[in-house]
Design a protein around this ligand. Structure first.
Ligand SMILES: [Zn+2]
Ligand SMILES: [Zn+2]
Length: 234
């Protein structure tokens, strides 16, 4: 995010930067050398059938008009932080509201995703889900300088704006950012997970509460421990 600025690099779709002048070139002006500009058109236009792309036409542009939508889309690539991630292809459930405002379309909603994680204390696998809230304004723009629905950074690279493109909005970057922020950095298999023994790595939930390594035991407990070790006691 925020890597696109200035005149040279206008858009990155599928990781391939495209020069600004190529994107902006009107189709009619394309030199007719038997090559179609189709690939460039595809790069610079959202596909209405693509996951996360939402058609705002049914909403209209009358400020105040609203629509709610629910969709489930596949996670296009792994979203992960530290020990938690949303696997590629895993469904992301979206509930959101489109609202026409003066400047554009305000999208407010929640994204729910299944996560795979490792307990940060005992390293056990965890299957859980996260819910992330998002809100973003997609501005009406002037079609000539629309850039693939991607956020545009200003000269300082600070402010990012999303824009409608042909009445379509691409929720994917918004949803991805929201889900990544909602991923737990230190997931736990359970709130009171005792973790691993610092000495031998044994899982303390399985090793039992008396698990310990003699020399490190508090001497005040030593007498009790010896009592428990006496034969005939068990
Ligand atoms: Zn655990
Ligand atoms: Zn141990």
């Amino acid at each position: 995010m925020g890597i696109l600025s200035g005149q040279d690099c206008a858009v990155a779709v599928s990781g391939a930067p495209v020069r600004a002048d190529a994107v902006a070139a009107p189709v009619l002006a394309w030199p007719s050398r038997g090559r179609t500009p189709e690939s460039l058109i595809t790069l610079s236009r959202l596909d209405p059938r693509a996951p996360f792309v939402v058609d705002t036409r049914p909403l209209g542009r009358q400020p105040g008009s609203m629509r709610t939508m629910s969709r489930t889309e596949p996670c296009s690539s792994v979203l992960a932080v530290a020990m938690t991630g949303v696997p590629e292809g895993s469904p992301i459930r979206l509930d959101f509201r489109l609202e026409a405002v003066m400047e554009g379309v305000l999208v407010t909603g929640t994204a729910e995703a299944d996560i795979e994680a490792e307990c940060s204390r005992c390293l056990d696998p965890i299957a859980d889900s996260v819910e992330a809230e998002f809100q973003e304004l997609f501005r009406y723009g002037d079609d000539d300088d629309l850039i693939g629905g991607e956020p545009r950074a200003d000269a300082e690279g600070e402010q990012e704006d999303y824009h409608l493109e042909d009445d379509l909005i691409d929720l994917e970057p918004v949803v991805r950012d929201a889900v990544v922020l909602a991923l737990p950095l230190s997931p736990l298999c359970r709130e009171d997970c005792p973790g691993l023994c610092a000495e031998c790595g044994a899982k303390l939930s399985e090793a039992g509460s008396d698990h310990g390594h003699g020399e490190r035991i508090d001497p005040r407990w030593q007498a009790l421990r010896q009592l428990g070790d006496q034969p005939g006691d068990r």
